[in-house]
Each structure stands twice: as C-alpha cells, then as structure tokens.
Design a protein around this ligand. Structure first.
Ligand SMILES: NC(=O)C1=CN([C@@H]2O[C@H](COP(=O)(O)OP(=O)(O)OC[C@H]3O[C@@H](n4cnc5c(N)ncnc54)[C@H](OP(=O)(O)O)[C@@H]3O)[C@@H](O)[C@H]2O)[C@@H](O)CC1
Ligand SMILES: [K+]
Length: 495
C-alpha cells in the first residue's frame, strides 16, 4: 500500500521530529537524497555529473533551501549550477552553501531565467513546496512557464510548484515534472490528478518522519495488495459460494452495455452471472456469454423472479424510462449490495429515496454523473476530485468510486483510496460497464464496497494496459484481458 498525507499532517510530523534533532538536520537529509536522485538522473541523461549544467529555481522558503543545498552538493561534484532566486528573500544558509561550492546565484530577471534554463541539462524546481497556496504569484508563474518550455530534465523538489500538495488541485501554471523527489512521506497531491500528472515519476526520500505520521489521508493499492484481497476459490467452493452476480443492465437502445457488464463479471471470476433484461439485450448477451443464466423481463417487470444473487450491478445501458425505474426499484428493494452505474445513477439522482436502504451501495459515477447526484458543476468536480468524492460519500451514505484519470474511492470514516495506474486509452465508451461488472463479482464474493471498488479499479486498469500495449483499445478487449491481468496479480511468479 502506498499512503499519502496532507501538508498539515506532514508539517505536524516534521515539527515533532525536528524538536528532537539539531537545527537543519531534516533539510540536510532532504538535500542529500535530492542531490543523489539528481546525480543519478544526470548520469543517465548527460552521462556524468561533472560538467553538466543545472538550473536551480529557488523560492524564498525552505523548499528553496532544499534546492540550494542540493545544488551545492552537485556543484561540489563538478556540475555547473546556476540559481535563479524568485523570492524577495532567499534561504540564506542554502545560498551561502551554494556559493561556497562554486555555484552561481542571482535574483530573477526574465533574461537570466531564459539563459539559465535554456542550457540546463537538469532543472530543479525549488520554488514552492508544502508551503505554497493558491494560484502562483509573479515571478513564480512566469518562471514555471519558462521552465516548462525548456529542454532539460525537470525535477520537482517535494511537490511540483503550482500543485496543491494536499489535494492535487492546480490553478493556473504549474511545473510539469519528469520526476518529483518528495521528502518524509508522499503528499496526497502527488497521487490525485491534475497534480499527479504534473509529478512524473515520484521518489520518496526517507527523512525519519515515519513514527510521527498519523493515519494516512489517502492510500493507493499495489499489485500485491490487490492480489491479497482478491477472493480465491477454495476446495469447498461451488458456484454459489463463490458468489452469484445479478446484472440488471441494457435496454433497447444500449444492448452493448449489458454484454460488457456481463463480460466484466464473467471474466473476473464470478461463480455465476444472472442476467435480467428485456428481449433485445437478452439476445445480445446470450450470443456472447452462454455462461450467463438469463431472465427475460417484460416491460414493467422487476427482478423479483430472477433467483438468488449475492450482489447486483444496476444501470449500464438500462435507460431511464418507467420500465428502467421499475427495475431499479426492485433491485434496490432487496437486501443485497448493489453497484449502481450509468443510467442507474441518473435514476437515483432523480429519486434519491431509492438510496435509503440497509444493504451497501457502491456508486460508480464519472464527473458528469456525480454532478447530477450532488449538484456541483462538473468542472469543479474534475478540478477537486477528492473533495467531491468525499462529499458525495457522506451526503449519499454510499461508497463512491469517482472515475477519471485518477480514480478516487471515498467512504465515510476511511482514508480515500486512489487508483493511479489508469491509462488515457481507457477513456473510451463501454469500459465503465466492464468495471461495474468486475465490482459486482467482488461484492458477490463478499468483499466490502470499499475493497471491491479499489480492487476493481486496479484490475480494470491493469487489464486495459494488457489490452492496449500502447494502442487504442475497445471495451470488450478490457474484459477479455482480465484473465491475463488476474494471472499476474494472483500468481505473480507467472509473469
Ligand atoms: N519543515 C521541515 O522540517 C522540512 C521541510 N522541508 C522543505 O520545506 C518545504 C516547506 O517549506 P516552507 O514551509 O518554507 O514553505 P515553501 O513551500 O518553501 O513555500 C513558502 C513560501 O512560498 C510563498 N508562497 C506561498 N504560496 C505562494 C504562491 N501562490 N505564489 C508565490 N509564492 C507563494 C510564501 O510566501 P508568503 O506567502 O509567505 O509571502 C513563502 O515564502 C517542504 O516542501 C520541503 O521542501 C524539507 O527540507 C524537509 C524538512
Ligand atoms: K517545488
């Protein structure tokens, strides 16, 4: 599990640790780790540290101090280091160390910045760290824009400048890092987009904060975590014990959604899949997934006669007319956990009382669907994903999986989980239906909504990577790649 913290949590831990150590110790630990990472990057890019050119962008706070000290260490190894000082003040001891090591430094002017950045093999962003807040003031904003246009390797110190370290918000220009070297612990803003996509590859430097950190703010599951949580059949298992998933999806307009949701459930290892839908989607599902046990619903009928299931998937392609509403009512009247997706979300947004039930509910909206559910504008949701997913979970009394470039899973009283291994090709029609099917399988096998959502998001992204291998993909490819993704997760030795 990779865990991350807000700036306030990090600051509190740092203060507790700093009180026990001689002044400056933590900054020296940070600078040493940063310089080592930069030296490695320079050796990879320019072939050596000696003689390579480094531009240090230094703000007036301790983030600038880290960068100046790291610059000093690189200068001592023979790098030509040039610092641009952006604040009205500079970290004095860091600046003195840099100069003593033979590095140069001067206050910001556009000309100087262009000169330093233009020829740099490596650009160190020490403008703002966890002390930054709001949109960048000048000259920080201009410096970041210039740095983003420069050809050198961009390394952010602690957090890319312009990214809100506590939640990944970006308002205006922000440093686009190839790599971020972060200190003490991961920051939430490095895990959640748009911050995450500005951070590049993130390296953590241990400065000894561990014992002083509280419960994390967010967590990201790793392959090993998902492998450990994934339900495996035992010798005693039969199809009922492994979990029967009911799928109420598809309508006369969207027959494919039913095929994809059933595919997600079948391919992720459901004991059995029961599909309930009207005639048209029934024939599509029957043709593609002979494993599914099918109930054909007449208009106006609910799912009462479908037989026993342990969890439901409600909504992909279902439509939003009276027949669909009847199906939704009958599914949600039951005692099984339910994944509500797509048209199911539109139906419950219209009729909120449907969410008042005892059994768990997992909602899987994208930003537009969440906007209808909680009445916040879509752009705001996209800009502040974590905040809105948490708000929705609390207001709606459900687990919320907010889809997007970073998938966020929120449940009241627990750290939010994020899935960062998605790929842009995954943003294509129908992939959400497959995800709902996977989550249904996991709920039916007995996982909580929180774990089912997190494992489904991870596996779905991994299957997409398998299916894509750098090329565009179709949603059914993702379902078909699930066995390969699961093989890697469940028996890593087969890789
Ligand atoms: N604490 C520790 O033990 C350790 C901390 N470490 C390091 O310290 C970093 C935190 O340092 P920090 O607290 O000095 O804050 P930092 O990020 O440098 O920024 C403060 C400056 O930013 C300015 N500013 C703010 N917003 C702005 C905006 N929008 N646009 C423009 N300016 C803006 C603000 O200006 P002001 O608002 O005060 O005028 C102030 O001058 C942390 O990320 C890590 O790198 C490591 O060495 C490990 C040990
Ligand atoms: K920074």
């Amino acid at each position: 599990m990779r865990i991350a913290y807000t700036s306030e949590q990090i600051r509190a831990a740092e203060q507790a640790l700093m009180a026990l150590l001689p002044p400056g110790t933590l900054m020296q630990r940070a600078a040493a780790g940063l310089a080592a990472a930069c030296a490695g990057a320079l050796a990879g890019r320019a072939g050596r540290v000696y003689g390579s050119r480094v531009a240090v962008l230094a703000g007036g706070g301790d983030n600038g101090g880290d960068a100046l000290y790291a610059g000093a260490r690189l200068a001592r190894r023979g790098a030509r280091v040039e610092a641009v000082l952006a604040g009205s003040r500079a970290h004095e001891a860091g600046l003195a160390a840099l100069r003593e090591a033979g590095g140069r430094a001067a206050p910001y002017s556009e000309e100087r910045a262009r000169e330093a950045l233009g020829g740099a093999d490596l650009i160190l962003d020490g403008l703002l760290g966890i002390g930054g807040s709001g949109a960048l003031r000048q000259p920080y904003a201009d410096l970041v824009t210039l740095a983003n246009q420069a050809p050198g390797l961009r390394v952010a110190v602690d957090v890319p400048t312009g990214v809100a370290s506590s939640d990944g918000r970006v308002e205006g220009p922000a440093f686009r890092a190839d790599a971020t070297v972060t200190f003490g612990a991961y920051k939430t803003g490095l895990f959640v987009d748009p911050g995450a996509e500005h951070a590049g590859e993130v390296t953590l430097v241990d400065i000894g904060l561990g014992p002083y950190l509280p419960d994390p703010d967010v967590a990201a599951l790793t392959a090993a975590d998902v492998g450990a949580l994934w339900p495996r059949p035992g010798a005693e298992s039969d199809k009922y014990r492994r979990g029967v998933v009911g799928i109420a999806a598809g309508g006369s307009r969207f027959t494919g959604a039913a095929v994809l949701a059933v595919g997600g459930a079948v391919r992720s290892g459901a004991g059995m899949v029961r599909y309930a839908g009207q005639e048209l989607p029934v024939s599509a599902v029957r043709a593609r997934w002979p494993e599914a046990v099918i109930t054909t619903l007449k208009p106006g009928e609910g799912v009462e006669e479908v037989g026993r299931v342990q969890a439901w998937v409600l909504g992909p392609g279902l439509g939003t007319d009276d027949d669909a509403l009847q199906v939704a009512r009958s599914v949600l009247a039951g005692d099984e956990p339910v994944v509500i997706d797509a048209d199911g979300l539109t139906l419950v947004a219209r009729e909120r009382s449907l969410l008042r039930r005892r059994a768990p509910v997992l909602l899987t909206p994208h930003a537009g669907e969440l906007s209808r559910l909680i009445g916040a504008p879509r752009e705001q949701i996209e800009a502040r994903r974590l905040e809105h997913a948490r708000r929705a979970a609390s207001e709606l009394g459900a687990t919320v999986l907010l889809k997007g470039s970073t998938t966020v899973i929120a449940e009241e009283g627990r750290p939010a989980r994020v899935n960062t291994n998605g790929i842009p090709w995954l943003a294509t029609g129908g992939t959400g239906d497959v995800l709902a099917g996977i989550a249904g399988t996991l709920l039916a096998a007995g996982l909580s909504c929180y774990d089912a959502a997190s494992c489904a998001a991870y596996t779905h992204a991994l299957a997409a990577r398998e299916a894509s291998a750098g090329a565009p993909l179709a949603a059914l490819d993702v379902a078909e790649s699930l066995p390969r993704a699961l093989r890697a997760l469940l028996s890593p030795a087969s890789l």
